[in-house]
Design a protein around this ligand. Structure first.
Ligand code: 9MR
Length: 371
């Protein structure tokens, strides 16, 4: 199913930005670097600056494909399950939980001394089929809260950070406070979302609690930036125990990025006393032609542009990519290229070799001010 990223920037290519980025990117890509086996990993580069690097993992390949498993262990010090902790897979039948795959990932994190992010307790997109009528009834808020308590309680003490609520803001829906048009939000408003954070705090007092959302990076996304800022302010002023804002960072190579606008947004979030983590970085190449070197160079240049601004903000504590390798990305299904070529959206290629994007991340960590 195609995900609705409603207000991603319009499709026109910003020609001047494009040409500048492309020539700068090609120049840097020409210094092609051999894969050095002992090269410092992304998490080591991050940790030198007091930051952290993590990646999303999928239990399928993680436990069956050695090069994928090894790539995760080589670069990441934090993991987040792609789908395994979501409501639908963890409670496929009414009030009966199945944490088999999520538990395997949690054990993998512990066995390898990796930090674990939890994703996600409350999300309009993922309730199991059996909740369909309940969600719209008077019990809707209760069933969501019960689920959040049960899920977060199951992993009590093992998850460092939870995306308690995911993607609750949708200005285009025209609802009060810009909340998404979803029955539990329609009925309970921001107070209900504050209750979700209270439930999460009770279920695991040590976990850091995040609100996670997308599309706040580009020029055209001002309405979402304003809506999210005012939402975070209201949550804080109602005393919700929220520790951080997760900025998904599903980027688009060549979309127009104004660093001053983004800097200001990050500092406004920081002024609310919130930590910031980029939680789902990938860079779609849907707007680029088929040439692989050019695509890799422009994706890397875009990554650099974005991360340099992100890491300049002292409230930012780390980066998580939404996958490690182009072999596995939601973008292939969720936002396919017209020519059906595999998107080159992640740090490693389909055969797990480092791409210019890997180096762009590594070098952005190297340039980042120390925390
Ligand atoms: O990558 C995930 C994909 O495999 C799932 O089908 C989809 C629906 O559960 O979710 C994708 O991950 C999303 C994440 O949970 C929230 N932010 C957007 C991500 C990409 O759609």
């Amino acid at each position: 199913m195609r995900k609705n990223y409603g207000d991603w920037p319009a499709k026109s290519i910003y020609r001047r930005t494009f040409l500048l980025a492309a020539s700068a990117a090609l120049a840097s890509a020409q210094v092609s670097r051999a894969d050095e086996p002992n090269e410092t990993s992304l998490s080591q580069r991050a940790e030198k600056k007091g930051l952290s690097f993590g990646t999303q993992v999928n239990s399928g390949p993680l436990f069956s494909l050695k090069p994928y498993h090894d790539a995760v262990l080589r670069d990441a010090s934090m993991i987040v399950p792609e789908n395994e902790m979501k409501w639908r897979p963890t409670q496929p039948t009414e009030r009966q939980s199945n944490y088999f795959n999520a538990d395997r990932i949690a054990r993998f994190a512990e066995d390898n001394a990796l930090l674990l992010r939890g994703h996600t307790a409350v999300w309009h997109q993922n309730p199991p089929v059996w909740t369909k009528d309940i969600i719209t009834s008077d019990e809707g808020q209760t069933v969501v809260l019960d689920h959040a308590r049960e899920l977060i309680g199951h992993f009590r003490g093992r998850v460092m950070e939870w995306d308690v609520v995911n993607e609750a803001i949708a200005p285009e829906d025209g609802m009060p406070d810009n909340l998404r048009n979803w029955p539990p939000y329609n009925k309970g408003g921001i107070d209900f979302i504050a209750d979700c954070f209270h439930a999460a705090r009770e279920a695991d007092p040590k976990a850091n609690l995040y609100y996670n959302d997308y599309s706040v990076y580009y020029q055209s996304q001002g309405r979402r930036r304003d809506a999210i800022l005012s939402f975070l302010e209201k949550l804080k002023s109602r005393g919700a125990p929220i520790d951080g804002f997760g900025i998904q960072s599903h980027l688009i190579a060549n979309a127009e990025f104004d660093e001053n606008v983004y800097r200001r947004f990050l500092s406004q979030v920081a002024d609310l006393g919130l930590k910031i983590r980029a939680t789902e970085l990938d860079v779609s190449d849907v707007r680029l032609g088929p040439d692989i070197d050019l695509r890799d160079a422009i994706v890397a240049a875009h990554t650099k542009l974005y991360l340099d601004v992100l890491f300049d903000e002292p409230a930012v504590i780390g980066l998580v990519t939404w996958g490690m390798t182009d072999r596995f990305s939601w973008l292939h299904e969720g936002w396919p290229r017209k020519d059906r070529l595999t998107q080159r959206c992640l740090p490693l290629d389909e055969n797990f070799a480092k791409k210019p994007m890997w180096y762009a991340i590594a070098e952005a960590f190297d340039r980042a001010p120390s925390r």
